[in-house]
Design a protein around this ligand. Structure first.
Ligand code: FEO
Length: 240
């Protein structure tokens, strides 16, 4: 009987580099499957190695390099937004606006959840997560009005980044990412609506010139404000 080494040498086509790596590995496995030798045959020591090669040669990353980079950046953007909410909440608490602080602390958590959603998606698509440093949240707001104007601006900036990823996924026909990002499109519409609703209330209370008694009422009101805004698409004639 041929030794395993000789049988192996008798199948030079299995190792020829003329058909791409995957084909070679497939041929290798096929050749080994046909082996009828005993426990001392090539199956015992080379077949696991071939499976190892097939596994590691297989492309499992389902995100392009550009989309992976954009999603990683978006992870940092969400973490940055969380830091902004956290900083403003601390500022509000320090000023005695506990209702506003409570509202902003809850939103800091929401932003961290957004970051985790993106992190999980990158991992589940087989790409690499890169946790980067988070930019400084910037100076404290100068007033309650300034606080919510800045919140609204950071949400609008975030919407632009989300739309950018939606555009990229559409250009690449990466429908999984496009579909995943639709959740964020709806979330951003909600968050912009919520920030605008709050800005309207602050304007009614006097805007930058709001007096303490108006801010006291506003602070109480914001402590009870739900985290989700009512979107136009959820409105009916019965429930305007
Ligand atoms: Fe996750 Fe408000 O952006």
């Amino acid at each position: 009987m041929d030794s395993p080494r000789l049988r192996y040498a008798g199948r030079p086509s299995l190792l020829r580099k003329d058909g791409g790596e995957k084909e070679i590995y497939t041929n290798l496995l096929k050749g080994f499957d046909e082996s009828t030798d005993s426990i001392l045959s090539v199956d015992l020591w080379l077949k696991p190695f071939a499976y190892f090669l097939v596994y590691y040669a297989m492309e499992t990353n389902r995100l392009s390099a550009t989309l992976a980079a954009a999603l990683n950046q978006q992870m940092t953007n969400e973490a940055h937004n969380a830091q902004i909410y956290l900083a403003y909440a601390s500022w509000a608490s320090d000023k005695g606006y506990e209702g506003i602080a409570n509202f902003l602390f809850r939103h800091a958590n929401e932003e961290r959840n957004h970051m985790m959603k993106i992190l999980e998606y990158i991992l589940k698509r087989g790409a690499k997560v890169k946790v980067a440093s988070i930019p400084d949240p910037g100076p404290d707001p100068e007033s309650v009005n300034d606080c919510f104007e800045k919140v609204f601006k950071s949400e609008v900036d975030n919407t632009s980044s989300i739309y950018n990823i939606v555009n990229m996924s559409m250009a690449e026909k990466d429908w999984a990412t496009w579909n995943f990002m639709q959740w964020f499109v709806k979330e951003q519409t909600e968050e912009e609506t919520l920030a605008l609703d709050l800005l309207s209330k602050i304007k009614v209370a006097g805007g930058v010139n709001a007096k303490d008694d108006a801010l006291y009422v506003l602070d109480n009101d914001l402590g009870k404000t739900p985290d989700d805004a009512t979107l136009a698409q959820d409105v009916t004639v019965e429930k305007p």
